[in-house]
Structures are given as structure tokens and as C-alpha cells.
Ligand binder design. Structure first.
Ligand code: PLP
Length: 379
């Protein structure tokens, strides 16, 4: 994605010393590409988001699909998060096994094997999941009843993204009534996600659109409560809207995810958080007429959103292929063939799932790394 009015951007800067990192004798033993997380930047991001929730009625329930690391999830909970949000049952299982006591799967699950895993997680942690159909509710109830678990359910309503969610407030009320009457399930409330609006370039406009989009979710919540149904939770939100939908008085659990690590695309949307993760790659081709090619393709760089940026070099991203990331050098020093460079990924959430671990960098040293242990174990 290119934000409105923008071309693929040039040199990235980060707030940690990438020169030191690229010169590290220990990291130079590691074949590229690999991931590095600057730990002080990560910690500043976690503290900044937590502080933003200081005076609000909502709590932070960070989305761990961004990092898929139980160690980072623990840091988020230690910083004050009420629990975590996940996007897969593997993430839920890993978080529950790591001792995170309160886990929301902010996604619909209808696969029986996945539901079995979810119900097993609900026997060791407080678990809730989004539902948007009578079929999904009955499949979930069967899995929960089979292991004697009580699983929470939030009714997801589609507020414009055209992904999961019931189509109307009336459908949401009917589904909530079914959940409330199902012994293995506990109605927890309402979920809505304004994902179609998070890349609106103007922040004030983004906030207004997102708050307006939430109106049906608020109506559903009020209708459930007016009918005497227990619906304590309204969950949704994102990094780019934490200050708009995240500040709604009815909101209880904000699912911001990217703020922890950030990326080249998201930093333009929420510049109060800093990029904390880079991918280190090696220059394959660096021609005097401009083409600059790195040994990093879509198999190691989530490329579904935005453009990568090379830290410290002026180069415009052209495209990412299976095994190559291709730039056009645009001025200033040109990296040499065989040189290692640090890249800001265009989309950190899809990049993290392509690695098994991230090295941690703290004050000029390699620190204990982060196992990316909540990804699909078969991937
Ligand atoms: C349902 C849901 N909630 C929250 C988020 C987190 O948003 P962000 O990474 O923009 O903070 C996402 C991101 O894809 C999502 O799908």
C-alpha cells in the first residue's frame, strides 16, 4: 500500500544504532535474512501505549498476532494489559500455556479441530471467541461441552470491513440470545473491528470515521443490556485508532497490536510509536545504474501491505519477489555487493510469522532473543 499522496519512500531512520548492529561479531555469524528486535524501543512502545490508556475507561488487550511471542505478551501484561487478543487457536494455546490468564480470540473459528484446541485452552485460561452465526455458536458449544469447558463468546458485528461479523443489530441480538441460552457458553459482549479505516491518512478524519463506524456496535451493546443480557465487553480498535475508538466510553478492551514493533507502513499512521524490528539482508546486486537487489523475498518478508525501507540508504522499493527484494538506488552512498543492510519490513505482522526467532538487541549487545513460539507449529 502507498498512502495517499506518497510514492514508495526513501531511506528509513530508526532510533537505535543499526551500524553497531550490522557490525556485531555475533550477528555476523548468522546467515541472512534474520530478524532483530531493539528491546529498548519495544519497551518504550509498550510503555507509551499503556500510558495512553491511563485516563481512559477502556483497557488494553494487545493483539499478539503482531509478534506471536509469548515473551512479548508477558511484557505487555506486566506493563498493565488486561489480557491478550489472538487471531488463531495456535496463538491462544501458546498464550494459555505461557500463563496468560485471559485470552480473547478476536476471530471466528468453525474448524472442528481448531475448536477442540480452543476448548482445551479454555480449561486452563479464561477464553472468549468471536462468533457471527448460529452455526459457529453450535460448533463452539459442542466443542466446549465435550471437554466440560465454559467458553466466552462475543458477538462480532461487521461495521464496514466486510470480513467477519453479523450483518445487522437485529442479527446480533438474535445470536446473543442463542449464546445466553447455551449452557457451555457465556455471553461476554460485542466485538467490532474498524480495519477498513486504519489506513485513512488524515488522523482526525480517521478518528471521526472510525467512531461513526462503531455506531451499530454501540447500538447492539445497548440493546443487549436493555434486554437484561450480560454484555460486559465492547472490544475492537487498533494502533491507528487507539485515540479515537479506544477513547469511547463504552469501549472496554482495545485490541491494538502493531504498536509493539511497528513497521515502515504503520509508522506513518501512528508516529508516536517507533519501529523496533528490522530484517537484516545481504546485497546480491548493486549496479551503478541503480538496481539494488537483496536476498530477501516474500518467503521472509510479509509483503501484503506497504513498502520496505532500507535503513540509512536512499533507495526506492520497486517490488518483492519470492526470493528477492528489488530497489532502485536514488542517491547518496550505494551499498556494496555482499554488504548487510537493515530493512524496515512493510508489514511486521506477516513478517514475524515467517521466522522462528527474533534476536534481541540492547545497548549495543545481542541480548536473550524472542522465540516466535505462538505461530502455527506446522508452519
Ligand atoms: C480483529 C483485529 N483487531 C485488532 C487488530 C490490530 O490492529 P493493529 O495491528 O492495527 O494495531 C487487527 C489487525 O489486523 C485485527 O484483525
Amino acid at each position: 500500500m502507498t498512502l495517499p499522496g506518497e510514492e514508495a519512500p526513501l531511506a528509513a531512520t530508526v532510533d537505535f544504532d543499526v551500524g553497531d548492529l550490522l557490525a556485531s561479531a555475533r550477528l555476523n555469524e548468522v546467515p541472512t535474512p534474520f530478524l532483530v528486535v531493539d528491546q529498548p524501543t519495544l519497551e518504550r512502545n509498550l510503555a507509551a501505549m499503556q500510558n495512553a490508556f491511563g485516563g481512559r475507561s477502556a483497557s488494553l488487550r494487545p493483539h499478539v498476532k503482531t509478534h506471536k511471542c509469548t515473551a512479548i505478551a508477558r511484557l505487555q501484561v506486566a506493563a498493565g494489559a488486561v489480557g491478550v487478543t489472538c487471531s488463531t487457536t495456535d496463538e491462544v494455546a501458546a498464550m494459555a500455556a505461557a500463563g496468560i490468564g485471559d485470552v480473547l480470540l478476536g476471530n471466528v473459528v468453525t474448524d472442528r479441530q481448531r475448536l477442540r484446541s480452543l476448548a482445551a485452552s479454555a480449561t486452563v485460561a479464561r477464553v472468549a471467541v468471536a462468533v457471527d452465526s448460529e452455526e459457529a455458536v453450535s460448533l463452539l458449544a459442542a466443542a466446549a461441552a465435550a471437554v466440560g469447558a465454559l467458553v466466552g463468546a462475543v458477538v462480532e458485528i461487521d461495521i464496514g470491513m466486510a470480513r467477519n461479523g453479523v450483518a445487522s443489530v437485529a442479527d446480533g441480538i438474535a445470536l446473543a440470545e442463542t449464546i445466553a441460552a447455551t449452557p457451555a457458553l457465556e455471553l461476554r459482549g460485542v466485538m467490532a473491528y474498524e480495519g477498513h479505516l486504519v489506513d485513512t491518512a488524515d488522523r482526525a478524519e480517521r478518528g471521526e470515521l472510525a467512531v461513526r463506524a462503531f455506531e451499530p456496535a454501540l447500538e447492539l451493546l445497548h440493546e443487549l443490556r436493555a434486554r437484561g443480557l450480560e454484555a460486559p465487553i465492547l472490544t475492537g480498535g487498533a494502533t491507528a485508532t487507539h485515540d479515537s475508538t479506544g477513547a469511547l466510553p463504552e469501549m472496554t478492551d482495545v485490541q491494538a497490536g502493531t504498536y509493539a514493533l511497528m513497521d515502515a507502513t504503520y509508522r506513518k499512521l501512528a508516529p508516536e510509536f517507533e519501529p523496533a524490528a528490522v530484517v537484516v539482508a545481504t546485497v546480491l546486486t548493486s549496479r551503478a545504474d541503480g538496481p539494488l537487489v537483496l536476498n530477501l523475498g516474500q518467503k521472509r518478508l510479509g509483503s501484503d501491505w506497504g513498502h520496505p525501507e532500507i535503513v540509512g540508504y536512499e533507495a526506492r522499493h520497486l517490488y518483492t519477489a519470492e526470493e528477492h527484494c528489488v530497489f532502485q538506488h536514488a542517491g547518496g552512498p550505494r551499498p556494496r555487493v555482499g554488504e548487510r543492510v537493515a530493512l524496515l519490513p512493510p508489514h511486521i505482522c506477516t513478517t514475524m510469522g515467517l521466522y522462528r526467532e527474533a534476536f534481541a538487541w540492547r545497548d549495543g549487545e545481542v541480548a536473550d532473543g524472542f522465540a516466535i513460539d505462538a505461530r502455527d507449529p506446522l508452519a
